[in-house]
Write a protein that binds this ligand. Sequence first.
Ligand code: SF4
Length: 82
Amino acid sequence: MPRVAKPRIDGGTDDQEDLMKVVVDYDLCEANALCMEAYSQVFKVEEDDTLTILLDEIPEDLPTQVQEAERLCPRQAIRSEG
Ligand code: SF4
């Protein structure tokens, strides 16, 4: 089950429209960790070869390596929204 991002602590708005949402299709994911290499703050492949989403909502004012991870995923299992 993905963890939900904590509210921003920088004084910025918590408006949901400011956040990019990350969704992974676990039926497609083969746990090859390419996404973790691109953005380890968000994606983590565990020792049992399961993928954990550390943050599934990414503030848009942060660098969006999530989109790079989405592009690199050979299974097209990652989708970003927002
Ligand atoms: S790159 Fe795609 S297939 Fe590989 S672990 Fe990440 S989501 Fe899964």
